[in-house]
Design a protein around this ligand. Structure first.
Ligand SMILES: Cc1cc2nc3c(=O)[nH]c(=O)nc-3n(C[C@H](O)[C@H](O)[C@H](O)COP(=O)(O)O)c2cc1C
Length: 192
């Protein structure tokens, strides 16, 4: 099966460090790997509403929500490219993860079974050289992926504050060149 990477950009600004780092990592993907990029702020998902426990059927996703759902289901690999905001994922990334909880309850969707086996990757820019400060974010992401039976691809982090600064983090750029490498192997593996 051809790999299809969905890059979900979660910064509250365009062309920021997280996106730059994600683009570097994506450049190393072979051509046959499909890519889709969604800037979450631009997509402008409405605020998440918890429809559970109302006694009524959870509504089927429509509009932007449906587009995001379809993109998510079509992906073999989901890359959450989020800056570190207050030791955790950005607001738009968190809202999107809240939608995942909603989709678990949409009748007929079978969201958990369809997420099972996809790989969840994280690319993160942060303004602290001590990456241990990102532990709450990584716990959020790893545990959410694990809840859905997703594989954990790992995290690529880059030190930066002002836009573009991540391009000075040579170690991060080096890692970006091979970060998604396991996906190359999968793309190259003969299919049974
Ligand atoms: C709301 C907000 C919260 C932030 N919180 C943290 C933080 O907890 N730890 C940290 O190291 N950097 C923090 N930063 C700095 C950003 O992670 C850093 O500037 C990063 O390069 C932004 O990525 P971007 O250019 O992709 O938006 C914060 C920035 C903002 C705007």
């Amino acid at each position: 099966m051809t790999s299809r990477f969905l890059f979900l950009l979660g910064s509250a600004r365009k062309d920021g460090n997280t996106e730059l780092l994600a683009r570097r990592a994506a450049e190393a993907l072979p051509e046959e790997v499909e890519q889709q990029w969604i800037h979450l702020e631009e997509a402008a998902l409405p605020r998440f509403v918890d429809h559970r426990h109302t006694g009524e059927e959870i509504p089927q996703p429509v509009g932007v929500e449906k587009e995001l759902l379809n993109a998510t289901l079509a992906a073999t690999d989901v890359v959450l490219a989020t800056p570190l905001y207050w030791y955790n994922v950005s607001g738009s990334t968190k809202v999107m993860l809240d939608y995942w909880a909603g989709w678990l309850k949409v009748p007929g969707l079978d969201f958990r079974a369809r997420m099972n086996g996809k790989t969840l990757w994280t690319i993160m820019a942060l303004g602290d050289e001590d990456f241990s400060t990102a532990e709450p974010a990584l716990a959020t992401l790893e545990m959410t992926g694990s809840y859905l039976g997703m594989r954990w691809g790992g995290v690529l982090n880059g030190y930066s504050s002002a836009p573009g600064q991540v391009l000075e983090d040579e170690a991060a750029l080096r890692r970006a060149g091979t970060f998604l490498a396991p996906a190359h192997d999968r793309a190259a593996a003969p299919t049974a």
